[in-house]
Design a protein around this ligand. Structure first.
Ligand code: PLP
Length: 396
């Protein structure tokens, strides 16, 4: 083979979500888009706040076009990084400087960069908590690491801390925490986070080397109750935050986010340089220039969460009333529903017969669940509820 067979494998094997997306388009052309209840994609349905579009227009009208569309520093524009650092410091009482912030193309690039920056020898392990975003496996393996899965606590989908402690080895390099979680929608509690960080401190001391915590936070702002989303830097010095504006400002196509390195990290300035090096090696330097400026002006702006909250409540109440089981999610925009009988693919197929498209989640590290992405129009949720009831009558 003249090309890389691993990359060929990744490119040629379509993800189940893509398969469903293609099927959804086909079915819409056959029976009309209004009659297909596609809950497969995590694409925000709430528009970006007006301030974002106004800022784009203002920048285009008032800024020097050559500068606005030009390269910035490799790690991002200095004033933008200062604005991001100031915003984090204000909200979480920390002391970041621009030398702790690296602007990136969203959380996917942030994760790839962090893993490449941290994994120094092939075979080092990265622990993830099931259920987890399936791309973690791709990013970890591409950086030369080995993905190690940790089980959730049944019923709550918090982390099973005993299993976590058992999964750490002298070979553990990093741990990825994603809260609010894709696909469960669960927010890890302060108790869970505190206990997790205590275990990490103990294991670092026992093994005599750092274990890094990577906080994958694209859904941080998407929370529907009073629940606190602990900021992991406040709990553990060796933390890197991977943040994205894809969901928090509904800008997934603009590819903008950042990595923040904890100023309390012992070797933090060198880790930051390794982040810069990984960004360079992976070709992720100089995140989109216009949108660096946009987010710097919109750091305190929030999307309107009402639509997601209403959809969550309609679906959670509707599905549990007709017999489905799922944890009530506090954040993100997903419901993680248990397949009766434990066969996620059987539920996926049965739902498809009612024109409901959900994602079977065995690849997310927990078998027997499907994901419902409720980032859709409310009308689609309302039209889908009778179909869910018919599905329930058929399978329960
Ligand atoms: N991490 C999680 C948990 C996600 O769900 C996603 C996207 O859906 C990403 C990372 C990547 O997001 P981005 O669009 O910022 O690259």
């Amino acid at each position: 083979m003249s090309y890389n067979s691993k990359m060929y494998g990744l490119g040629s094997k379509r993800s189940i979500i893509r398969e469903i997306f293609e099927y959804s388009k086909l079915r819409a052309s056959e029976i009309g888009a209004d009659n297909v209840f596609d809950f497969s994609l995590g694409n925000p349905s709430v528009p970006a706040p007006a301030e974002v579009n106004e800022t784009v227009r203002r920048l285009l009208d008032t800024e020097d076009s050559v500068l606005l569309h030009g390269y910035t520093s490799a790690q991002g524009d200095l004033r933008v990084r200062q604005a991001v650092a100031d915003s984090i410091n204000r909200r979480f009482d920390l002391a970041l400087t621009p030398q702790h912030v690296y602007m990136t193309c969203g959380a996917a690039a942030s994760l790839s960069i962090c893993l490449r920056a941290l994994i120094s020898e092939a075979g080092e392990e990265v622990v993830v908590f099931a259920p987890f975003f399936t791309e973690y496996r791709v990013f970890v393996e591409n950086a030369g690491g080995v993905l190690v899965q940790c089980a959730p606590e049944e019923d709550t989908f918090q982390i099973d801390l005993a299993d976590f402690a058992a999964k750490l080895t002298p070979n553990t390099k990093a741990v990825i925490v994603n809260s609010p979680n894709n696909p469960s929608g669960v927010v890890y509690s302060k108790e869970t986070v505190t206990a997790l960080c205590k275990i990490l401190e103990e294991k670092q001391a026992e093994y005599g080397h750092e274990i890094y915590l990577i906080a994958d936070e694209p859904y941080r702002e998407l929370v529907y109750s009073e629940v606190e989303v602990p900021y992991l830097m406040k709990h553990y010095s060796n933390t890197l935050v991977c943040y994205s504006f894809s969901k928090s400002l509904s800008l997934p196509g603009e590819r903008i986010g950042y990595i923040a390195v904890n100023p309390d990290m012992e070797d933090g300035s060198n880790v930051y340089l390794a982040v810069c090096g990984a960004g360079r090696a992976l070709g992720y330097v100089c995140a989109p220039s216009l949108f660096q400026q946009v987010i710097a002006a919109c750091l305190d702006v929030k999307v309107n969460l009402d639509a997601y909250r209403v959809n969550r409540d309609l679906l959670y109440n509707g599905l549990t009333a007709c017999g489905f089981r799922c944890v009530k999610p506090d954040g993100a925009f997903y419901l993680f529903v248990k397949a009766p009988g434990g066969d996620a693919y059987a539920l996926y197929e049965a739902a498809k017969n009612h024109e409901i498209l959900v994602v079977p989640c065995d690849d997310f590290g927990v078998t027997g669940y499907v994901r419902i992405a409720y980032c859709v129009d409310r009308a689609r949720v309302e039209r889908a509820l009778p179909a869910f009831r018919r599905l329930a009558e058929e399978i329960f």
